[in-house]
Design a binder for this molecule. Structure first.
Ligand SMILES: O=C(O)[C@H](O)COP(=O)(O)O
Length: 211
């Protein structure tokens, strides 16, 4: 066994609350989002986690979640690396549109395909495969080597940038990834083997409400 990788999606943002496609736009956490980050952080504290380093995206909602989690585990000053490689999938022309309005305009099925399929990009934006094509190399060069050295690493990022990682870690097919939704503020604790396969995965919270 090597180290531990903790993935956590940011808490609810203003635009999650307003049901808007967000992507690379940069809204703040809502009050509930702050609470979700606190709950996730407390779950990690109760689990007994101490991190060696944290990674987050270039977007406020993930950075703020990261900060809250680190505060809850008693490591407010931990080194934190921010990189846009971990940003949310770019939703392109959908960014800022209401998700229900989009369903009315283009149909439920098409919007689901844009949101959850592996390789169909929304207009002007990134597919999950495109997102993975920037997240995965960053993970391989900056994050995974630390975990394989035995470190405990926090990654606070986004629904789709994390789905692209979970797809590979959990060996999900293109069909399985369609059904995977990550709840806001719920940490996933992966212990990795020396060959970087997953030895164990603990989900510290309820993923069932994610949509
Ligand atoms: O960018 C967004 O709108 C959300 O963070 C994730 O959206 P999704 O659940 O529609 O992929």
């Amino acid at each position: 066994m090597s180290g531990t990788l903790v993935l956590v999606r940011h808490g609810q943002s203003d635009w999650n609350l307003k049901n808007l496609f967000t992507g690379w736009k940069d809204p703040d956490l809502t009050e509930l989002g702050v609470k979700e980050a606190e709950t996730g952080g407390q779950a990690l504290a109760d689990y007994g986690i101490k991190f060696d380093i944290a990674f987050t995206s270039a977007l406020k909602r993930a950075q703020e979640t990261c900060r809250i989690v680190l505060e809850k585990v008693g490591q407010p000053d931990l080194e934190t690396i921010r990189d846009q490689a971990l940003n949310e999938r770019d939703y392109g022309d959908l960014s800022g549109l209401n998700k229900d309005d989009a369903r009315e305009k283009w149909g439920e099925e098409q919007v689901h395909i844009w949101r959850r399929s592996y390789d169909v990009p929304p207009p002007g934006g990134e597919s999950l495969r495109d997102t993975g094509a920037r997240v995965w190399p960053y993970f391989m060069t900056e994050i995974l080597p630390r975990v394989l050295r035995g470190e405990t690493v926090l990654v606070a990022a986004h629904g789709n940038s994390l789905r692209s990682l979970v797809m590979v870690l959990d060996r999900l097919s293109k069909e399985e990834i369609l059904k995977l939704n990550l709840a806001t503020g719920v940490p996933m604790v992966y212990k990795l083997n020396a060959d970087s396969t997953v030895a164990s995965k603990d989900v510290l919270g309820d993923m069932s409400g994610a949509h």
